[in-house]
Design a binder for this molecule. Structure first.
Ligand code: MG
Length: 186
C-alpha cells in the first residue's frame, strides 16, 4: 500500500519544538492552544524572531525528543510493510535535515518529498491513503484524489467540517491505529 505520510503534526511535534526553540534561544513565546495554522503563530511572534527561527533548520527538525511518543517504531513498521511516501511541507533546504532525522530513527521511506509552503501535496503521485493533520491538505486529498485520509486529533483540526466525506475520513488518537488500519486494508 502506498501511504502518504505527513511529518509535522503527525509524527513530529513541530509546534512544541518551535515553541522550545523560540523560548530557549530568543526568550519569545506564543499562546498555547489557539493555533489554526502557521500564519496564526507567525502573527503572534516578532517578525525578526520568526525569521531567525526558520534559519535554524537543524535545531528545528533534528530534535530526537520531538517525535510524538511511539512514532518512530510505528514509522519503521509502516515502512517495512508498505511503500511509505513522506510528504512534508517544510522549506526545501530542510531536505537534508529531514533525511538525517529519519535515518537517525531508522526510518527509510520509499520516497521523501519536501514541498515548499503552498505547494499542494496532491502534486506528488497519488497514494492509497494519506495521514495528515492540516485541514487544507485533508480537503485537497478528498477533492483531488480517491484516497482515504487518516487524521490525528489535534486542537487545530477538531472543528474541521467533514460532512459528506465520512466514508473516507477517519480520525485517530494514536499513530498505531494507522498501522492497524493499513494491515486490515491490505
Ligand atoms: Mg502536518
Amino acid at each position: 500500500m502506498r501511504i502518504g505520510l505527513d511529518l509535522d503534526g503527525v509524527c513530529y511535534n513541530f509546534e512544541r519544538r518551535a515553541r522550545q526553540v523560540l523560548e530557549q534561544h530568543r526568550g519569545v513565546s506564543f499562546p498555547h492552544g489557539g493555533s489554526r495554522d502557521w500564519n496564526w503563530i507567525r502573527d503572534r511572534v516578532p517578525s525578526d524572531d520568526w525569521a531567525w527561527m526558520w534559519k535554524q533548520i537543524s535545531l528545528l527538525f533534528e530534535d530526537e525528543s520531538s517525535w510524538y511518543p511511539g512514532a518512530p517504531s510505528v514509522m519503521r513498521q509502516l515502512c517495512e510493510e508498505n511503500d511509505v511516501v513522506v510528504i512534508t511541507s517544510r522549506p526545501t533546504r530542510a531536505r537534508g535535515a529531514t533525511k538525517r532525522a529519519l535515518n537517525h530513527i531508522g526510518v527509510v521511506p520509499a520516497e521523501l518529498h519536501v514541498l515548499s509552503y503552498g505547494v499542494p501535496k496532491t502534486t506528488v503521485p497519488h497514494c492509497d491513503v494519506y495521514v495528515d493533520d492540516m485541514p487544507g491538505n485533508i480537503t485537497g486529498f478528498l477533492t483531488w484524489t480517491t484516497a482515504s485520509v487518516l487524521v490525528p486529533r489535534r486542537h487545530w483540526n477538531t472543528d474541521m467540517e467533514i460532512t459528506g466525506w465520512e466514508d473516507r475520513v477517519r480520525r485517530y488518537d494514536n499513530l498505531k491505529e494507522v498501522l492497524e488500519w493499513a494491515r486490515r486494508a491490505q
